[in-house]
Design a protein around this ligand. Structure first.
Ligand code: PEP
Ligand code: MN
Length: 332
């Protein structure tokens, strides 16, 4: 249950209430809320005097639900605001991994030349094999910071586990919680303590409910700036790397209040399908796209087969613009 309580209560009183009700307390847009588990269906006695409004839920999709906030949240991705009534579709581009100063500089200059504002690049890579490239770590984060300083782009980079989450929070504008990391309680709880935007990717074996509940950890812990990212789930099909769950995206649009970004690159796994998928995504009126691009995909140290070269990426962006326009959105 979400309970909106009177403004102006002392910290002590709020603390007592959270203990008595076994609840979280958050302040959202200058209003105070307590959140209990969804099993609570009747307003607890302890809050009756201070409660203004309450919402009862069937399950723990609560703060993220459209039943609580019928209008999608506005969230910042760098300087771009998505969600709300913005109708912005932000395109996040860049390589799978930061590999060298030269590679990330070329990528940043390219992204900027297309008028895009958000650069991606992994520095701590959650690889399936220990023998694959694991990322440049802190050295890579410093290169991303250099790109931000020199070119004015916002940067998004992923946390692999909780050991380096403080570094990721310090160096990134948007924290990416990857498909394999989205169950990591250490990462989620640390993300709850910052106000930086957190992009949570759906695990490839994760139900929509579990996916949104990962977001609930961040929201209930005090950070309202969460974005969901569908990046493909595992099905019986092996011809493509994963299967982009557009039905799931329709569900998320209906039942949640969080902006939604789609990642056709990891879903498809091959460069040849990205353009078609990206257009299909944009036609759904989504809040953003994440597409991998590399100056020389063949030499990429991770996800080589799915990264677009710069010519291919530019062609995709140009082809997205009229699709976005047809659903009242702007690519930015
Ligand atoms: C990535 O964005 O490079 C990545 C590892 O994504 P995912 O967590 O979706 O596999
Ligand atoms: Mn990748």
């Amino acid at each position: 249950m979400i309970i909106k309580i009177k403004a102006g209560l002392s910290q002590d009183v709020i603390e007592q209430l959270t203990k008595k009700c076994e609840a979280f307390h958050i302040n959202y847009l200058n209003e105070e809320f307590l959140i209990t588990g969804a099993a609570v269906k009747e307003l607890p006695e302890a809050v009756k005097e201070v409660a203004i409004e309450n919402w009862v839920f069937q399950n723990d999709l609560q703060l993220a639900s459209s039943a609580f906030l019928p209008v999608k949240r506005e969230v910042k991705i760098g300087n771009v605001t998505i969600g709300g009534n913005t109708k912005n579709t932000v395109v996040i581009g860049g390589p799978c991994s930061v590999e060298s100063l030269e590679q990330i500089t070329q990528s940043t200059q390219f992204i900027k030349s297309l008028g895009l504002q958000v650069l991606r690049g992994g520095c701590y890579k959650p690889r399936t094999s220990p023998y694959s490239f694991q990322g440049m770590g802190l050295e890579g984060l410093k290169l991303l910071a250099k790109m931000r300083d020199e070119f004015g782009v916002a940067v998004i980079t992923e946390a692999r586990d909780a050991t380096h989450i403080d570094e990721i929070i310090e160096y990134s504008d948007v924290i990416q919680v990857g498909a394999k990391a989205m169950y990591d309680q250490g990462i989620l709880r640390a993300c709850a303590k910052t106000q930086k935007t957190v992009l949570i990717k759906r695990g490839f074996g994760t139900t929509l409910q579990e996916f949104v509940q990962a977001a609930e950890f961040v929201l209930a812990g005090g950070n309202p700036n969460v974005v969901l990212c569908e990046r493909g789930i595992r099905t019986f099909e092996t011809g493509t790397r994963f299967t982009l769950d557009l039905c799931g995206v329709a569900w998320l649009k209906k039942y949640t209040n969080l902006p939604i970004i789609l990642d056709p690159s990891h879903a498809m796994g091959y460069a040849y399908g990205i353009a078609d998928l990206a257009r299909a995504c944009v036609a759904m009126g989504i809040d953003g796209l994440l597409i991998e691009t590399h100056p020389t995909p063949k030499t990429a140290k991770s996800d080589a087969s799915q990264q677009l070269d710069h010519t291919e990426f530019e062609a995709v962006i140009n082809s997205l613009k009229p699709v976005a326009l047809s659903v009242g959105h702007t690519i930015c």
